[in-house]
Write a protein that binds this ligand. Sequence first.
Ligand code: KIV
Ligand code: ZN
Length: 529
Amino acid sequence: MSSDNRIIIFDTTLRDGEQALPQSLSARQKLQIALALEELGVDVLEAGFPISSKGDFESVSQIAATLKKTIPCGLSRCVAKDIEAAGEALRVAERFRIHTFIATSTIHVRDKLRKSFDDIVEMAKASVKLARNYTDDVEFSCEDAGRTPIDELCRMVEAAIDAGATTINIPDTVGYTLPTEFGGIITNIFNRVPNIDKAVLSVHCHNDLGMATANSLTAVQMGARQIECCMNGLGERAGNTSLEEVAAALNVRNGYFEGLKTGIVMKNIARTSSLVAKICHEPVPPHKAIVGSNAFAHSSGIHQDGVLKNRQTYEILTPESVGFKGNNMRMTARSGRHMIRTCLQNLGYTEKDYDLDDIYARFLKLADKKGQVFDYDLESLVFFTKQGENDDDTYRLDRLNVMSGSGDMTATATVRLQVGKRTRTDSSIGNGPVDAVYNCITRLTGVRCKLTSFEITANGAGMDALGQVNITVDYDGRVFHGMGLSTDVIESAALALLHAINNIERTKRIQELREPPKKVDDLVAEHQA
Ligand code: KIV
Ligand code: ZN
């Protein structure tokens, strides 16, 4: 068992992660991700598989030339031309790693490689030696180690270390093992390989049975000191060990892991996750641990009451600690009075301003209708009880006409809005049809808000499905939501923005009624004081 307590984070988002994407990334996109991963504190970054294409070769080379702290790495099979390509691509870096691998399980050796085990041991030894001509930092992986007979696995590990490998990686390539089993493999390697102290032991787990994080963490308890992982758990099939999960587990349960540490800057996790999701077009599922939009949300009344009294009742790590900002309390029909009172208090209302029983009853009705209720909805409930007003949208979509097309055709939108008894019409251009519509609505309403999220989903099935657009916008530091539903997704987008703007307008009216506009004399006196 190793005594060193530093866990090396080896990120393979750009290799194992990228190879599983439906489309490949451009060199520029890969560089953007590589820089974000370096800022996140990744120790080793597997930038690609240089022999696989000219594009991959150049991108590995560009990343290797750019990284300053993180060690760049390139993958190669146990084939001379692969290793040479990796060495050539990486040599621009001061320090770099070559990662070479060969399958060791009986099924892979017999049916995929069609060789004997003796043959592959020789291939591994020759490849490690060749890689050592380029760098002192050579990693060797036994592909499908999780299903490799332990005697053969130990034999291969010993041979690779003898040949000069400085890191030995034990992949559970098909995500087959269970934590105690995988931990047992690691223990066996430590007990049975005589030269194991000459290399760092690494693990690379896939998530086919949902065990990748558990297997990796069990392995470090057994002495492994490198974890291979991907941001957001990307990777072949069900993905690789998720970087944010192992980093958070080692951080939150540091006592349990007896002081094992990574170099990950926890506060950068949220933004790196969202950058990777955006660039890879792989949205993070809402319930994804650590980085999902629901990972820190509290919805039930019992939970919200607990969190308002002491956050630790239901939070084992804070959203702020991984870089999320903002309020994570979801107001839904399951929220209790404590939540409603606290939200109104944060908006500046005291219990003298409203009747909690009445507000709560009306809040429940609204939540049943709407699902999630926002703070401005709650404010209008308080306000409009007193004023006796009800729903009053400032703007309604009267007509929409959009022209767009491929090539260099500029998208143009003409929008007519109903504003009270009058109409307003204008036209705008944009980068695309939605942009043109949004520019036009912004000009017509004069409400300049920042679009912070835009989601489009099919409501229903098949060709008749309705396109639902949900957006959030930032206006004056406050979040407003808008939803639009239509058979035409451009119209859905227009309706969603108008919905958000109507919410903003209602909130502005409430603000004015709470603080009546000052008289000119008062403003002058205030200015002179
Ligand atoms: O899953 C795997 O075995 C791999 C190797 C190339 C390390 O990705
Ligand atoms: Zn893999």
